[in-house]
Design a binder for this molecule. Structure first.
Ligand SMILES: *Cc1c(COP(=O)(O)O)cnc(C)c1O
Length: 386
């Protein structure tokens, strides 16, 4: 076990508010080490794509069990550049889930391709692979599953369909660093994967940051070029890319925090187990009013979120709020109903499971420094919900 982050025992006063997410506890525990890293980079005088970025890329490739990693400005760009690197553009169709953060489908649309949505499995909230084959057309170029809330999508059937139709598989692993599927890490399950280091993700920077990981040398090479305006040699531009580089400061901070990630992930899983143990005994769960997250066998879920569901979701959120307990809805409106995608022509009712999830899900407080006593208080508050 590393360091001073005394996870599970940092219990604040019993009347204090319980936030949905809180970084201040973690930052306080790491303050000295963080300041050393930051100060070293300031003294080094090199701020963009330097030694820390190169080392962090190696560490990320190792973490994901692939040969290449390319640091970029954020995961939205990682998705966009990964799609471009696969040659995706106008006229192409990409099959993805409507129940995810906007960036998943936003990145597809930015390339000029069309997001084609596939409904979710209500047990896991991930894309239901059984729906994919019927959506494949001659224009389909890729399948883009999301490992939502930190749980890997059921990849075997997805990769099967992709192989049969010669499609790329691009993983949106923004929420799932450290997760695994049948013993293989997320990031190594398709042709290319994208991970976010937005501050609230399981491994967070102090600002925006992302990475593209792949075992495919051509894709890695193209992303490397695309992130610096499509140039291999400075001031000579082969293709239209953009400025999407990773800062030395972010890479240095991420390298430090990456050493703690296994401990943090273990604690997230311990918190999830505790929530499930305690909630399973409540009348709300026993009556079926409240549904608990389902962890598939053969997967390691990293609990970016611990998400429950109830038809009475909004009232439960208010009830928790009145007791000083934060909670969050990821996500209140599925992507096929977003105003920006009106032209795709989807109507309400098109994806009943995604629509139901958006009405019923609620993510409870989840971060590694959440104390056992706080978990108990959240569960007691839920037990009082009628
Ligand atoms: C956070 C997130 C992104 C975007 O990541 P950024 O680094 O904020 O651009 C993409 N997809 C999913 C599923 C996410 O949760």
């Amino acid at each position: 076990m590393l360091g001073k982050t005394n996870l599970a025992e940092a219990a604040p006063e019993s009347s204090a508010k319980i936030p949905s997410f809180d970084l201040t506890r973690q930052n306080a525990a790491l303050k000295d080490e963080l300041m050393q890293v930051i100060s070293g980079i300031i003294d080094g005088g090199h701020f963009i794509l330097g030694e820390n970025v190169a080392e962090f890329e190696k560490e990320m490739a190792r973490t994901c069990g692939v040969r290449f990693a390319v640091g970029v400005a954020n995961c939205s760009d990682a998705l966009y550049l990964a799609l471009l690197a696969c040659g995706i553009g106008p006229g192409d169709e990409i099959i993805t889930t409507p129940f995810t953060f906007f960036a998943t489908a936003g990145a597809i649309a930015r390339t000029g391709a069309r997001p084609v949505f596939c409904d979710i499995d209500p047990a896991t909230y991930n894309m239901d692979a059984r729906g994919i084959e019927g959506l494949v057309t001659p224009r389909t170029k890729a399948i883009l599953p999301v490992h939502l809330y930190g749980q890997p999508a059921d990849m075997d059937p997805i990769v099967d369909v992709a192989k049969r139709h010669n499609l790329y598989v691009i993983e949106d692993a923004a929420q799932a660093i450290g997760a695994s599927y049948k013993g293989r890490p997320v990031g190594s399950l398709g042709d290319v994967a994208c991970i976010s280091f937005f501050p609230t993700k399981n491994l967070g920077a102090f600002g925006d940051a992302g990475v593209v990981v792949t075992d495919n040398a051509d894709i890695a090479d193209r992303v490397r070029m695309l992130r610096v305006h499509g140039s291999r040699k400075k001031y000579y531009h082969e293709v239209l890319g953009c400025n999407s580089r990773l800062d030395e400061l972010q890479a240095g901070i991420l390298r430090l925090k990456l050493r703690y990630l296994p401990d943090w992930t273990a604690r997230r899983r311990q918190i999830a187990t505790r929530y499930v143990e305690l909630l399973a005994g409540t009348p709300q769960v026993r009556s079926g009013l409240l549904r608990l997250p389902v962890e598939l066998p053969d997967t390691i879920h990293v609990y970016h979120q611990f998400t429950v569901a109830t038809p009475d979701r909004n009232r439960l959120q208010e009830h928790l709020k009145a007791r000083g307990i934060g909670s969050t809805v990821y996500y209140p409106l599925p992507l096929h109903l977003q105003a920006v995608f009106r032209d795709l022509g989807y109507r309400e009712g098109a994806f009943p499971e995604a629509e139901r999830a958006s009405r019923e899900v609620l993510s409870l407080p989840m971060f590694p420094e959440l104390a056992d006593e706080e978990i108990e208080r959240v569960v007691e508050a839920i037990r009082d919900f009628h």
